[in-house]
Ligand binder design. Sequence first.
Ligand code: FAD
Ligand code: UDP
Length: 364
Amino acid sequence: MSHYDFLVVGCGMFGATFARQMAERGRKVLIIEKRPHPGGNCYTEDLENIQVHKYGPHIFHTGIDRVWKYVNRFAEFNAFINRPKVRYQNKLYSFPINLMTLYQLWGTQSPDEAKKKLEEAVVENNDPRHLEDWILSRVGREIYEVFFKGYTKKQWGKDPKELPASIIQRVPVRLNFNDNYYNDKYQGIPVGGYTKLFEKMLEGVEVKLNTDYFANRQYWDSAADTIVYTGKIDEYFNYKFGELEYRGLRFESKLMEGDYQGNAVINYTEEQVPYTRIIEHKHFELRNTDKTAVTWEYPDNYDKSKIPYYPVNVERNNQLYNLYRQEAARQKKLILGGRLAAYAYLDMDQTIDAALTTCERIST
Ligand code: FAD
Ligand code: UDP
């Protein structure tokens, strides 16, 4: 077995970016990945010529110039713009909240009219302590009930009073007709899917799939000067301070004929409906095909046999994470990166940016 400068644990966005950058600098890098494919949660799979987002819908969006330039080295991006819809009690609404949504809800037709209605509706609060108070102070109770309460309870398995507002602050509320979900300068889906992007990015990088670091930890630790770990931080330290909380997901998919819902993403915000959203993958590709692949996304309790999709950044978990982080700072041969090791709700662009910064830091 050869000796490596870096052993990267995990072939998601962080691991792949880090490995690519270091390989380009002439360093010897090996990635090990426990899943049978690269790409982590961004992975897409070809089903009858439709790129299926196997671990949830992934829309690339960024305001960071260098990240946009970087990903465009490995893929061409289409012009997809995320304009999800919301379905609540058999009615469809434009989303994120914009003038069309407020027209559908209240019949208001101008920014001034809508602003006035919103000002009457909000529950003023100068010091919102949790997600519910924060959203009530921005949009009031009716909008909270229709769009946010049920979805958030399902998604996180917690009462919105127990959750931080930061989870929801990324969702815009607008007083114009702009229904683009993101405010970023760049947006799109890689043509041919994320897996193709990863394959290109990993050209010339050694990758071992179906390989769990913990199945032979001592061996892997001795294989490289530095370990770059992108898995769960609590697992890395054998849960010595206790287990961090994660939220799981479950997907049910069907291949059908025609066009099922006419849009890539429809959110189901009622608490009684067990799934949070339905994804129709071909709409990400801006193509019409005879067949269609549709996925129902259900929130799920996490246990160690499942994939940890989301960190749950409530106070107790953040404090526990800090203990692990301090422990990590004491390790000489270790670099932590990515959503699970940073225990943060990072988007793809933030993950890439963090990997690029890490590479710069250790190369100077
Ligand atoms: P991951 O993709 O989780 O990769 C980590 C890899 O490490 C995994 O492949 C895992 O199998 C592997 N691994 C873990 N432990 C071990 C081990 N012991 N041995 C070997 N391998 C191991 N971002 C956006 O920008 N836009 C979106 O629209 C978007 N939608 C999302 C939707 C969902 C449902 C989810 C969950 C996330 C979404 N994201 C989105 C976030 C995006 O998935 C992350 O930013 C990105 O995947 C982070 O990359 P990563 O490398 O940190 O993590
Ligand atoms: N959210 C909601 N209703 C929606 C969409 C989002 O209440 O129709 C809330 C929910 O709490 C969610 C958060 O906003 O977790 C962030 O939404 P986003 O779409 O960014 O989540 P992700 O794509 O990461 O699952």
